[in-house]
Design a protein around this ligand. Structure first.
Ligand SMILES: [Zn+2]
Length: 279
């Protein structure tokens, strides 16, 4: 058994065939967690999870890129995704559904600061956006603590600030739990998260990119696997739409790096995910 701990069959990319995609996963003994990125996709993650007896869960949260308007490019059409304000009570209500296993995805994204819609970004503006991301992250961190749920954290070009914030918050909330999703930095940074009691999870990036030998150095109980579908499809499906059942390629690659059997990595990552998300 495998668990795709971070996937988006709740996104538009799967609107016509999410049931087939999920069936393929479940038929292949693969469970999944659909992760929301704003109100609409969080609601949809909850709705889909409730259509299944077993194996399909949801996370709800407001992703940092949805705090501002930004241009989305899709199939040669571009449109503006409108900014959303974080509404604590609305998210709390959604998160109380029994299929919701985490608050996410939330976090900091300094990489996408530049591609805002019709906005000139100078340094002052950049600081303002970063501050706003931090504030909304902290509110969602507190929501997770109130509901005793783990956090699914997105972090792009912002590890220094994220570690700083988590280090401070941990003093008041020693039991806080979370995972840095799509982790692709390095061993040193991973160890800093482990020291704070956080985990990391790996996507197809570790299959198609180089430089992940350090994965053999991390403890068995500190990592999980995910597809982040529809993005980041691993070979042999690179360039196609990704889907939960492809999480096996990530387990395979990690088995190869760690010199272990596929079945052992499947067992370890599944146990980690079941314990972490209480599923
Ligand atoms: Zn994601």
């Amino acid at each position: 058994m495998l668990i795709d701990t971070h996937t988006h069959t709740n996104f538009k990319d799967f609107k016509d065939d999410y049931q087939e995609v999920i069936k393929r996963a479940l038929d292949n003994d693969t469970w999944l967690i659909n992760v929301g990125a704003q109100m609409s996709t969080s609601q949809r993650a909850v709705k889909i999870a409730n259509e299944y007896q077993e194996g399909v869960f949801a996370a709800v949260g407001l992703h940092p890129i949805h705090l501002r308007d930004f241009v989305v490019q899709e199939d040669e059409i571009s449109y503006i995704s409108r900014a959303e304000k974080f509404n604590y009570e609305e998210y709390k209500k959604m998160a109380q559904n029994e299929k919701v296993v985490a608050i996410g995805e939330v976090g900091l994204d300094y990489y996408h600061l530049k591609d805002r819609a019709q906005e000139e970004i100078d340094e002052k503006k950049e600081e303002e956006i970063k501050e706003e991301q931090k504030e909304v992250f902290i509110e969602q961190f507190k929501l997770a603590q109130e509901l005793d749920l783990p956090l699914i954290i997105h972090c792009r070009d912002a590890h220094e600030d994220l570690l700083d914030i988590l280090g401070k918050l941990k003093k008041d909330y020693p039991n806080a739990r979370g995972v840095i999703h799509c982790f692709n930095k390095d061993l040193e940074t991973a160890k800093k998260y482990f020291a704070l009691g956080f985990m990391i999870s790996f996507t197809g990036i570790v299959v198609f990119a180089k430089g992940f030998d350090w994965i053999k150095e991390i403890p068995d109980d500190k990592f999980m696997i995910e597809t982040d579908a529809p993005y980041l499809a691993p070979p042999p499906h690179r360039g196609e739409r990704n889907e939960p059942v492809y999480v096996k390629y990530i387990a395979q690659k990690i088995a190869e790096i760690r010199g272990r059997k596929f079945s052992e990595i499947a067992k370890i990552t599944t146990e980690n995910a079941r314990k972490f998300y209480k599923i």
